[in-house]
Design a protein around this ligand. Structure first.
Ligand code: BES
Ligand code: ZN
Ligand code: ZN
Length: 496
C-alpha cells in the first residue's frame, strides 16, 4: 500500500495531493509550495484554518492557475504546534486516511514536510497512522456502503526531495501496523466465527509462513499435563480448549522472552453469569491472545534479531453448560497448586496461571510479559486511556513504559505489594481466585504472581484499552489492536 516516489507535486496528476503544515505562533501556516501557500494564507485570513492538530483544508484547485499543482484535490492537514513526535505524525496519518476514504480516492501523494525531526520518526508515524486509520471491518456487510469501503485506498506514495532512511522506516511501519489490523480483525470476528481452534489454525499458518515452530496442546495433552485451570474453565463449553505455542528462535545466547496472551473467545462469566447488557462485548476477551500472536507475526516478518521468543495463547470459551465449574469448586492448576473457584467469572487468571507456570517451567525464559483483558476494575481505575501495568521488575517496567509511550499506547504502573495477596487466602485450598472487590486489578495480578516466582515478569491489563480505546484519528470504534505495536517496539529496541 505504501511506497516512496520520485514523482513530486508538480508532476502529480492523481486523485489527492496531501501537504502537512505546522501551526505557527503567529501568521499563516506555510506548506512551501507556491500557489498552495496563497490559498492557505487566504483561508487563514478568513479564520478557517490555522494548522491546528486535526484541522484540515480540502480544496479543488484551478489547474490553469500558474504554479498550482494539477492534482484533482489538494488536502492540507494541520500538525499543531507541539514538538514533532511519532504520535503527532500518526494522528496526521489517521486524519489523511479517513479524509481520503471519505472522498473515495484510490491513491494519494503525500509530500513530506520540511520539519526538523528524525526522518524515521516522521515516516514511521505517518505510515502507521495511515494504515491504522484506513482500517475497516466489512466482512459481514453484504451491501457495501461507500463509507465502509475500506478497500478504496489502495496506494499511498510518499515524496520528499531528500528521503534518506525513509525506505526501511516505511516498510517496518507498514508491517507492524498491518499486524495490529490483523489483531483487530481477530477481535472483530464474532465468537461463533472465532473459536479456540481458530487460534491454533492461525498459529500453525504463521509458523509455516515464517519459519517458526508451532505446538498445539489439545484437550488430551492438557489433561495429561495437569492443566486444571484451562480445563476447568472449558468444562461448560462445547468447543474444545487449545493451548497454542509459537517459538521464534534467533540465537541460543540471546535472552528468551515469554509472551502469554489471554485467548478467551467468549466470556459469559460461566455459572457466575454476567448481566446481559453489553455481554456481546465479551467476544473481545481474546484480545490479549490476538496481540501476542500478531506481535509474533510482526517480529518474524521484520526478522528482528535481539530476542528469542516463545508465545503461548491459552484459548477457551467460558460458558455455563451442564458440566461447568460451580462456585466453590476446587481445581488443580499446572504445577499442583489447588485453587478454590469462588467466582467462575474470574476465569482469565485461571487459564493464564497454567500457561505462565507451564511456559516458565518448559522454556526457562529470562523474562515474561502477559497481556490480558483481565479486570473490569482497571477501567474504573484508569478509564480507556492507559493500559494497567503490574510487575515484579523495575527495569522491565521502564522498558515497557517507554515502548508504550513511543507507540501511542501509554501504560500506567500499579503497585503489587505482598499485602494484596492476603485477600486470596482460601479456607480450604491453597488460594482462591478472587479477593474482595477493592483493588481488583491488583489482586488479579497478585494471583498471577503466585505462578510466576522470581523471574522478571510484567502483566498488561488491557480491559480498558483493547476496545473503546481513547478517541484518536487512527483508532477506530471497536477493537484497537492494542499492545501489538508496544510489544514490537519493546522487542525491536531490546538491548542489554
Ligand atoms: N473478561 C473479564 C474482564 C473484563 C470486564 C474485560 C470488562 C473487559 C471489560 C474478566 O474475565 C472478568 O469477568 N473479571 C471479573 C473479575 C471479578 C469476578 C473478580 C471482573 O472484572 O468483574
Ligand atoms: Zn470473566
Ligand atoms: Zn474474561
Amino acid at each position: 500500500m505504501l511506497q516512496l516516489t520520485k514523482i513530486g507535486p508538480r508532476d502529480y496528476r492523481g486523485d489527492l495531493l496531501v501537504y502537512l503544515t505546522r501551526q505557527p505562533g503567529k501568521g499563516s501556516p506555510r506548506v512551501a509550495s507556491g500557489a498552495v501557500d496563497g490559498v492557505v494564507r487566504r483561508v487563514h485570513a478568513l479564520g478557517d484554518f490555522s494548522g491546528k492538530e486535526g484541522e484540515h483544508l480540502l480544496f479543488y484547485p484551478e489547474q490553469e492557475k500558474p504554479g498550482m499543482p494539477s492534482a484533482k484535490r489538494i488536502l492540507v492537514v494541520g500538525l499543531g504546534k507541539d514538538e514533532p513526535s511519532r504520535e503527532m505524525f500518526r494522528k496526521a496519518g489517521g486524519t489523511i486516511a479517513s479524509l481520503a476514504m471519505k472522498s473515495e480516492v484510490r491513491e494519494l501523494l503525500l509530500v513530506l514536510p520540511d520539519i526538523a525531526c528524525g526522518m524515521a520518526d516522521m515516516v514511521e508515524g505517518l505510515s502507521e497512522g495511515i494504515v491504522l486509520g484506513a482500517y475497516r471491518f466489512n466482512k459481514y456487510k453484504t451491501k457495501k456502503v461507500p463509507d465502509a469501503a475500506g478497500e478504496m485506498l489502495q496506494q499511498v506514495a510518499l515524496y520528499a526531495e531528500e528521503n534518506k532512511g525513509a525506505g526501511p522506516a516505511l516498510k517496518l511501519a507498514e508491517l507492524v501496523a498491518r499486524s495490529a489490523c490483523q489483531a483487530r480483525d481477530m477481535a472483530n470476528e464474532p465468537a461463533n466465527y472465532w473459536t479456540p481452534v481458530h487460534f491454533s489454525e492461525y498459529g500453525r499458518q504463521l509458523a509455516a509462513a515464517h519459519g517458526m515452530r508451532c505446538t498445539v496442546l489439545d484437550h488430551a495433552r492438557l489433561k495429561k499435563l495437569g492443566m486444571g485451570g484451562i480445563l476447568g474453565v472449558n468444562q461448560g463449553s462445547a468447543q474444545p480448549p487449545e493451548m497454542v505455542i509459537l517459538e521464534y528462535a534467533v540465537k541460543p545466547n540471546a535472552p528468551t522472552l515469554l509472551l502469554v496472551g489471554k485467548g478467551l473467545t467468549f466470556d459469559s462469566g460461566g455459572i457466575s453469569l454476567k448481566p446481559s447488557l453489553g455481554m456481546e462485548e465479551m467476544k473481545y476477551d481474546m484480545c490479549g491472545g490476538a496481540a501476542v500472536l500478531c506481535a509474533m507475526q510482526a517480529v518474524a516478518q521484520a526478522k528482528l534479531k535481539g530476542l528469542n521468543l516463545v508465545a503461548i495463547v491459552p484459548a477457551t470459551e467460558n460458558l455455563p453448560g451442564p458440566a461447568a465449574l460451580k462456585p466453590g469448586d476446587v481445581i488443580t492448576q499446572y504445577g499442583g497448586k489447588n485453587v478454590e473457584v469462588v467466582n467462575t467469572d474470574a476465569e482469565g487468571r485461571l487459564i493464564l496461571a497454567d500457561a505462565l507456570a507451564y511456559g516458565i517451567k518448559k522454556y526457562k525464559p529470562d523474562m515474561v510479559i502477559d497481556v490480558a483483558t483481565l479486570t473490569g476494575a482497571v477501567i474504573i481505575g484508569l478509564g480507556h486511556h492507559r493500559t494497567g501495568l503490574l510487575s515484579n521488575d523495575d527495569d522491565l517496567c521502564d522498558r515497557l513504559l517507554v515502548a508504550g509511550e513511543r507507540s501511542g499506547e501509554p501504560l500506567w504502573r500499579l503497585p503489587l505489594d505482598p499485602e494484596y495477596t492476603k485477600q486470596l487466602k482460601s479456607e480450604i485450598a491453597d488460594l482462591k481466585n478472587v479477593g474482595k472487590k477493592d483493588g481488583g486489578t491488583i489482586t488479579a495480578a497478585a494471583f498471577l504472581k503466585e505462578f510466576v516466582g522470581e523471574i522478571p515478569w510484567a502483566h498488561l491489563d488491557i480491559a480498558g484499552t483493547a476496545w473503546d480505546f481513547t478517541e484518536k484519528s487512527y483508532i477506530p470504534k471497536g477493537p484497537s489492536g492494542i499492545a501489538v505495536r508496544t510489544l514490537f517496539d519493546f522487542i525491536r529496541n531490546w538491548k542489554k
